[in-house]
Design a protein around this ligand. Structure first.
Ligand code: SF4
Length: 105
């Protein structure tokens, strides 16, 4: 029994908060992005700026997952009504300098 529990935790990469995988392949990310409608998307320039901010953020895990909201940043950054959920405003502003007004997470 202990083995099963330990194996389960190992499958979840040590995350005890949920059973969802925190890893996604580029193909999975692309599949999610393909469902985002143009009217809900930021411009390509804004998207690139947001991802650049995420790449330098200490809260990015596995090159895909935001540790504050659990989102895949490649998907969250695409939505114009989403903002960076970081508690530090200086970090959040890296996402908003070119963006239209945002809703907080
Ligand atoms: S806190 Fe903001 S900048 Fe950092 S990974 Fe999350 S969404 Fe990206």
């Amino acid at each position: 029994m202990i083995y099963i529990i330990e194996a389960g935790i190992q499958d979840r990469e040590g995350c005890k908060g949920c059973s969802a995988s925190v890893h996604a392949t580029a193909e999975q990310i692309q599949r999610l992005l393909s469902k985002v409608k143009a009217e809900h998307s930021v411009s390509d320039e804004q998207y690139a700026m947001r991802l650049a901010a995420c790449r330098t953020c200490e809260s990015l895990a596995y090159a895909s997952t935001c540790m504050h909201c659990g989102c895949f940043v490649q998907v969250r950054a695409k939505f114009k009504d989403k903002g960076c959920p970081h508690p530090d405003q200086a970090v959040r502003l890296r996402w908003t300098s070119l963006s239209t007004p945002l809703e907080e997470a």
